[in-house]
Write a new protein. Structure first.
Length: 186
């Protein structure tokens, strides 16, 4: 059953109490059903997303952190993002890293990807391409098919290629020469 907005319910109740005809009551009910219903956010994560959409970053961060304390991996990721860029509070890369790690431990794909990139470039952590590759592998597996998985796959494959070339420079040279000297396919 579809929930009616409170204002519509009050209007219908008042119409019936004031002795309006059944026809007017039916018209009021139809108008109330036509109103878009906007559910009121009730969970900390919903409140946080709503506040973020309204550019109320301090409130959004507060509620993302509340949801994160309840163990919500998406909230942990979002709190990490906000703290890494300074939305809603002073920029705090150390706290952001903790949120990303907590979300990644739950296989949250965006957190895995963010951590992988951090280890790749050394953003707030010691640069570790092998750890970055492992995190990007996990991100590829955690993402649903689509743009996120494609981006993670592309990043992972590029890193794997560079690491392989570093481990075996002669094979990379032979591969590059074979590509240059290979006859064009018709």
């Amino acid at each position: 059953m579809r929930k009616l907005p409170i204002i519509a319910l009050v209007s219908i109740t008042l119409l019936s109490l004031t002795g309006c005809s059944d026809e007017k009551q039916a018209a009021a009910r139809a108008a109330a059903r036509a109103l878009p219903s906007t559910p009121v956010p009730t969970t900390p994560l919903e409140i946080a997303k709503d506040a973020y959409a309204k550019n109320d970053f301090p409130k959004a961060l507060d509620y993302f952190q509340r949801a994160a304390r309840e163990g919500d991996a998406n909230a942990e990721y979002y709190a990490g993002v906000m703290l890494s860029v300074g939305d809603g509070a002073r920029r705090n890369p150390e706290a952001a890293l903790k949120y990303f790690e907590a979300a990644a431990a739950k296989e949250q794909p965006d957190a895995l990807y963010a951590l992988g990139r951090r280890y790749l470039v050394g953003d707030g952590v010691d640069r570790d391409p092998n750890k970055a590759l492992a995190l990007l592998d996990r991100a590829v597996l955690a993402y649903e098919p689509g743009e996120g998985r494609d981006k993670a796959t592309e990043t992972r494959d590029a890193l794997a290629k560079v690491l392989e070339e570093q481990r075996n420079p002669d094979a990379a040279k032979v591969s590059a020469e074979a590509t240059v000297t290979a006859p064009a396919k018709k």
